[in-house]
Design a binder for this molecule. Sequence first.
Ligand code: HEM
Length: 405
Amino acid sequence: MGGAAIIEQLMTTEGRSDPYPLYAKARELGPVAPIGDGMFMVSGYAAANKILRMPAFGVATAELLADLTPGYTEHSSLDLFGRSILQRNAPDQPRVRSLIASVFTARRVAALRPAVVAAVDRLLDEMAEQGADGSPVDFMDAFAFRLPVGVICELLGVPEQDRYRFRGLASDLTVALEFVQDLDELTDADSAAEELTRYFTELAVERLARPQDDLVTDLARIAAADDERLSAEELLANLVLLLVAGFETTTNLLGNGLNLLFHHPEAVAGLRSGAITPAGFTDEVLRFDSPVQVSGRVALGEDLVIEGVPIPPGHGVTLLVGSANRDPARYERSEVFDPTRTDSQPLSFGGGAHFCLGSQLARLEAEVAVPALLDRFPRLAPGGVPTRRDRLVLRGFETLPVTVR
Ligand code: HEM
């Protein structure tokens, strides 16, 4: 199978439900392989790691994509992500990223630990109550979604009563991050982008009038003081980015992690005995079934050669992160789930200039949640057939029924 056929297969429902055999085929073609239309796919760890860290590769900006795709600029979802740091290059991305980093500090994340512990306890109480009669509880809805949305909203300063409607909105909006074949598929994503933009516009105004100790207040103040440092559009795009990046992915980390526990009783035993640490477990879930499977870059510099393959300026690379994380050239027994691994460094949070700003927060949530879940429910078990979301880029479950008695 050639590179183009592999990408085509990855875009089918079957390919998305289990992309790993296709990744293995991709690696047979070499770590970097052409997929047609001047594009390349990168399936090897060393190559993907290098590209993520090389300033000569940038992200595909909205301006570039608009040139290539008729109708691109008419979609508010694409426009919104296009203004966020995720899809900007220097000088905008480092300017805005450093502002966000200056308010989204390690101190603020560490200070959230008691709130994370309390939220986990409360959600476990609710799950216990829901499943007290032995009926299945949907872990995705009852826990995996609620924990990260609560935490990121706490940090941003989104009032409690507004939080639960974000699941649908974020889920609609993130379709814009998938490989969209027909831009008409973006109708719901566009409406979600507009609603979330309106929401944060109002919240920013409210916080400027009545400041609180939260990120919306801090970032809105920076934007209000100096449009050159942070424009109003950048403020809104990045608040929405923080919201959706802050929970879709973490929700999937929790779901993918629990699914792996159900298939690996030895990991449950190891976590209970202390032979496996929550951090080691989290790292291996990230490596083995990454919540973000694909990223992309464009060659900005001249004469770029990756693992012997020349990548001409302007050409794009699709980084198969989920494949890089299982590259046998990087990991022994790469297809085996082994939470006792050390020095794993999966590429699930990216690398280089765009390295995930929320990795510490996501790790904190998983590392508190997993042991608490096992402690609270010694008989936690699958409660029905789980359903995967039909997505490639953001990989996770739609439902994951469990019984807790
Ligand atoms: C398991 C959870 C998470 C995963 C797997 C994840 C993954 C990623 C990846 C792969 C990127 C880089 C994309 C690229 O290079 O093109 C990224 C960027 C980003 N993430 Fe995360 N993320 C997670 C959780 C979070 C959380 C909790 C937050 C915020 C609270 C967050 C905020 C961001 C932001 C703002 C960026 C953009 C950084 C930039 O472009 O400079 N993420 N994330």
